[in-house]
Design a binder for this molecule. Sequence first.
Ligand code: ATP
Ligand code: MG
Length: 176
Amino acid sequence: MIIALGVPGAGKTTVLKSLKGGYQIVNYGDLMLEIEKKEFNIRDRDEMRKLPIEKQKLAQRLVADCLAKMHGKVILDTHCSVATPSGYYPGLPFEFLKLWKVEALVYVTADVEELKSRRENDPTRKRDVDDISMHDSLNRSYLAAYSAFSGAPAVVIYNHNNRLEEAVAKFQALLK
Ligand code: ATP
Ligand code: MG
């Protein structure tokens, strides 16, 4: 499994859509949303991070178990950490990370102003626009921790505005 991480609006889903090589792209948030819609009456994915931590963790665990059973080439589209009202919460707690065979951890990011404008201009989502700099910086610490724990290399890819092809080419080069 290759894991793509980054703050909301970094462009993970957009970059992954353009990759070739027969990888199955799995979006952690989409799978959690299915569970949370059924169990906790959540309506859209931007409400998920506001659920009590224990409920988020339950859904996170169910998805982690499901991922551990997957075969073949998978790219996981997920978050390094989630900004919840109770604080930053790890996207990949070690108890889940240890269940998977991770080849690389790829952190997708951009300049803070670029991230801010993307969040403001994306009509499909309701992302918060505060504290992007803090979140991006904390995420890099989480990335290093995940890398040290799993033994998988950490890669940082910049997805600058209107230079999507460059980010896709760098990501593509990592795939076998
Ligand atoms: P989330 O974690 O919230 O799912 P994400 O990292 O998957 O976010 P995307 O949904 O892929 O982010 O992209 C966020 C917005 O930024 C979208 O409107 C997308 O079209 C735009 N975007 C992505 N990459 C670029 C780029 N290189 N230049 C300009 N706009 C971009
Ligand atoms: Mg996405």
